[in-house]
Design a binder for this molecule. Structure first.
Ligand code: SAM
Length: 277
């Protein structure tokens, strides 16, 4: 029998050498996944027993910098557990704050109508619909592989999920939406992506966005201006280096008031909020 603590400590060393940023968390998560238990219950076991080979295979994959969430098949987002894997962007902790801002804006309205542009796994749309039971949530995703993950996660949620280009999305909702939220692609073409998990596993449609990284934000601006009612709220995530340039996309058009940028929990510039005139 493989002693659990010895195997996990060896895996931590292996993942650290491979450059994994959180080797202890990942090793424990993978051991728990191999044993079929939650991580908080991991140390109630003392042996990997028949799961030693499975755990070793998981550690091999993680050491090759496959995303932890692709190996376990799940990602946590606010209070949600989402199914993820190859073909869909893994939701990020910083986006939890962006979703929270959209939820706060929607909460101020009775029975709010909310649209999520580029929903990926469905993370933001699901956070809104589960945290605001009276809301009516619509979401669009262009990438067929990502859409399949969103459809799986959103099944039974009541979300109006559609596959297509956000540029043409929801003409039936024009001028009626209370909150538009988006985490669009925002990496400038040619930028160096250091993390292999991102460079090799996140879908390219989720990452790249023109020479300044703001091509998709300019589309979000036009679509949000079309969808929102006067006084409606736009919440859009951007890269930490776009704290000035992303708000300018909105200020420059004359279609928006109260354009302000906001920080994530690490105090990095992260998202813009604007009000439709
Ligand atoms: C950065 S990911 C964010 C996904 C998800 N909202 C999240 O926060 O985890 C951007 C998403 O937008 C989608 N996307 C990119 N361009 C799009 C377009 N023109 N229309 C609809 N979806 C688009 C991508 O496929 C990807 O799923």
């Amino acid at each position: 029998m493989t002693e659990l603590r010895t195997a996990v400590e060896a895996a931590i060393d292996r993942l650290a050498v491979a450059g994994v940023p959180s080797p202890r968390f990942d090793a424990e998560e993978l051991a728990a996944h191999a044993l079929g238990v939650e991580r908080r219950a991991l140390w109630s076991a003392t042996s990997l027993a028949g799961s030693a080979g499975t755990f070793a295979a998981y550690v091999d994959r993680r050491a090759a910098r496959e995303p932890l969430q692709h190996i376990t098949g799940r990602a946590y987002f606010r209070h949600l557990e989402l199914a993820v894997g190859p073909g869909v962007f893994v939701p990020r902790p910083e986006t939890e704050v962006v979703a929270g801002a959209a939820i706060d804006a929607a909460r101020a309205v009775a029975d709010p109508v909310v649209v999520d542009l580029g929903t990926g796994s469905g993370a933001i749309a699901l956070a809104v619909t589960t945290e605001l039971p009276g809301s009516r949530v619509h979401a669009v995703e262009a990438d067929p592989d990502a859409f399949a993950w969103a459809a799986r996660n959103c099944s039974g949620s009541g979300i109006d999920l559609r596959q297509g280009d956000m540029a043409e999305a929801f003409p039936d909702l024009d001028g009626t939406v209370d909150v538009v939220v988006s985490n669009p692609p925002y990496i400038p073409l040619g930028a160096l992506i250091r993390d292999p998990e991102v460079a090799n596993h996140d879908p390219s449609l989720a990452l790249w966005s023109g020479v300044d990284g703001l091509d998709a934000m300019r589309v979000v601006e036009v679509v949000a201006a079309r969808l929102l009612r006067p006084g409606g709220t736009l919440v859009a995530e951007h890269a930490d280096l776009q704290g000035s340039s992303a708000p300018e996309v909105f200020r420059d058009t004359g279609r928006w008031a109260d354009v302000h940028d906001h920080h994530d929990l690490a105090r990095r510039d992260r998202y813009v909020i604007a009000t439709r005139l």
